[in-house]
Design a protein. Structure first.
Length: 367
């Protein structure tokens, strides 16, 4: 038994040395379900925001999100991205500037997309959104099993299928997904009220809770439990897109930007997290762009659904802003990248995609 413990300790030390000198002790990994790169980098779409079919409250939407300049539009839609991340971090995925971020899985919908980014490779058996436990070990589980991260990993997800994507049953990670009440609080009256509201307010989707609930659950856990790796998966952008409600899709995207801003501002004002935390953000798939109505859809037959985007901000990331003219990066590289920020080499018996080196200061990576 002592030999086994010694071997584990040596393995841990060796993997930690691969990424020496990093300042990141904590990661907040965030996904916005189905938010297109087009809106992230160009703001509101001209045809969609002026469409009577897709935008019902045009006067308000135009006031809030429209301008003839795409740079002003994107800042109106996502002010934290285009005032803070662009100056202090990096944004990938503006195809018009030679920056491509893509999926490798051929299915181009949610479960396969999340599995790809969380396990670091494509498993072709993950080909549905069914509630089936993921047989693959995610980077969340891998890190959770490292000695100094035990019980320091958690996930808060609006879509209920994340219990299965992360495989809460096997991994032992706390996953709060769908309409599950929050049960990790310290008799916090705010959480008690949120639990009641979540169950009392009608939700238009069977398998999804409102992102505001997910955000407040996650932030409370962050404040009380101090996790080292926190995953937050928001969902409403995808739901409103499928329904063809562009006005609500834009409003949801704007709120997601606000949620990230809220988390970053809290982190930078907390001694435990300040200047020691990286936030990495992406999406699980793109959406159509060939025909006007195709923005509502994604999947293997939808042109443009393979394109995603990424944003990162933290103490180990050089502030290069909007990235241009680089080699294509892939969602499957996210798992290794998350691990590397925490000083861990992510390993598997599968062929894992390498980390995204451009997200790190050169002195951090020794290999």
């Amino acid at each position: 038994m002592k030999r086994i413990h010694a071997s584990l300790l040596i393995f841990y030390i060796l993997t930690s040395l691969l990424f020496a000198n990093g300042k990141t002790n904590n990661i907040i990994f965030i996904t916005f379900d189905g938010l297109r790169w087009e809106e992230v980098f160009h703001g509101a779409d001209s045809l969609l925001i002026h469409s009577d079919d897709y935008t019902k409250n045009q006067k308000r939407m135009l006031l809030d999100y429209w301008n003839s300049s795409d740079k002003i539009r994107r800042e109106k839609l996502m002010p934290f991205f285009w005032n803070t991340i662009v100056n202090q971090g990096q944004l990938y995925g503006n195809v018009t500037k030679g920056s491509e971020a893509k999926l490798k899985n051929p299915y181009l919908f949610s479960y396969p997309g999340y599995s790809e980014m969380l396990v670091g490779y494509v498993d072709l058996t993950r080909n549905s959104n069914n509630k089936e436990n993921n047989p693959n070990i995610t980077v969340l589980e891998y890190i959770h099993n490292q000695p100094r991260f035990k019980n320091k990993v958690a996930a808060f997800c609006s879509w209920e299928v994340f219990d299965f994507i992360i495989n809460e049953e096997r991994s032992g990670i706390y996953v709060s997904a769908g309409m599950e009440p929050y049960n990790k609080g310290r008799n916090n009256p705010k959480i008690g009220l949120l639990n009641e509201i979540m169950l009392q307010i009608p939700v238009p989707w069977k398998s999804v809770r409102y992102d505001a609930i997910t955000h407040n659950f996650a932030k409370t856990y962050l404040e009380e439990k101090k996790p080292k790796l926190l995953y937050i998966a928001y969902d409403e952008t995808d739901e409103y897109a499928h329904e063809g409600k562009y006005d609500k899709y834009l409003t949801a995207a704007n709120l997601l930007d606000e949620y990230v801003s809220d988390l970053w501002n809290w982190v930078q004002n907390n001694y435990y997290y300040k200047n020691k935390t990286t936030i990495l953000i992406t999406t699980d798939h793109g959406r159509g762009n060939k025909y006007l109505d195709s923005w509502r859809s994604h999947g293997s037959s939808v042109n443009g659904a393979e394109f995603v985007w990424m944003a990162v901000i933290g103490p180990d990331t050089p502030p290069k802003g909007e990235m241009e003219n680089h080699e294509t990066i892939y969602a499957s590289q996210i798992a290794s990248t998350i691990a590397a920020f925490l000083g861990i080499e992510y390993k598997s018996d599968k062929d894992i995609s390498p980390l995204i080196k451009s997200m790190f200061n050169d002195k951090i990576l020794k290999n």
